[in-house]
Design a protein around this ligand. Sequence first.
Ligand code: PLP
Length: 452
Amino acid sequence: MNWYSTNGQAPLASLKKAVVKGLAEDKGLYMPCQIKKLPDEFFARIDTMTFQEIACTVAEAFFGEDVPAEQLRKIVCDTLSFDCPIVKVEDGICSLELFHGPTLAFKDVGARFMARLLRWFTREEKQELNVLVATSGDTGSAVANGFLGVDGIHVYVLYPKGKVSAIQESQFTTLGQNITALEIDGVFDDCQALVKKAFMDDELNRKMRLTSANSINVARFLPQSFYYFWGYAQMKKMGMADHLVVCVPSGNFGNICSALFAAEMGLPIKRFIAANNSNDVFYQYLQTGRYLPKASIQTLANAMDVGDPSNFARIYALYQGDYERIRSFISGAVVSDEVIRRTIRECFRETGYLTDPHGACGYRALKDGLQKGESGFFCETAHPAKFKDTVDGILAEDASLPASGRPDAAALVRDGQVVIPGRLAAFMKGKVEKTPLSKDYEDLKNYLISRQ
Ligand SMILES: *Cc1c(COP(=O)(O)O)cnc(C)c1O
């Protein structure tokens, strides 16, 4: 299958080219020329299938023409080495827990899939491939861990100095091997701008082979649709899939975009809610029909601190810019830091379920937005322990809160503090190695060239 660019100026690309290049020549984002509808028969029995079986069917629809079936199955099954369970939070509201992977955030799914697909496409090539990735926290750890130890691929993680938590930082600065962490003196948007500039720099691209692993890469964002099908299947089993509303805490809008693709493939989701923190560019678009990027604002849900979400271009392309259609299918919500704080406490007090600051945006927007007769799930995009300092502080502000969480929910609180799962604690024991750089593009370029 071929892939077109959202800017419409670049030639159609093969899957291999779209995955290896990441961004099209005209700076547009790749989109599949065709979105296959899955048969009714698949949806009729989806609640009897395993996560892996469902994911293989979805993967086949996008990648089946370009990757042999057996290979694709292996990539899917290696990717999904962990579950994405639906957990009931209260009547009508469930959490789709996306944090059971190696770095405890949903980005593990896309990063693991991309690393494996990229390795397969470049398996016979001699020249090293370099992945450049900008992160506001979780992308870096997911990509670094997804690619760790993969032969022939080196990963450079660019992250904003002082803007990611110590726990997040430990997950991409302690790995060594083929992973290099670059600490940029700037904000996330600076990191993203540097990466984009590097891809457009002909001289640099002659000296080294570059690719992106940001959520713009089709091999990263499309596999995220797997767990929306799986979430639906689990809701159906619980008798909660009619009039289903899906709420996605959004930053760069890659995650929600993959959910919209699932809906285009026929997944019966009634409507979507895009939950934002105070970075409200998409919300404003829904209100006014105008998309006006802004500088990002720092919030408690820092992985969503994005002032110019790159995947907006994909949403726009998916619906041919039809504002009324977009507005009727996706509603927005803005959740301030104050409301995130209140929501984490309120949800924990009333249900015993602990959300992280991103999931809190999702829970709040879903609870406020659900209408009569609807039920829904929100994505719990990271484990609360990834934001332990923030969450512990929020819980401590109210002494009347229970001292422990629900035994059935994976996120547990003991003595009023978030318990750190073992695989997260392991990262924090590693030795930190990072290279500080300014936000000046020439610094990055010289550094990269010096490493070749
Ligand atoms: C990346 C991230 C988000 C935002 O996802 P997008 O695909 O950029 O919209 C939300 N929550 C967490 C924990 C994240 O790491």
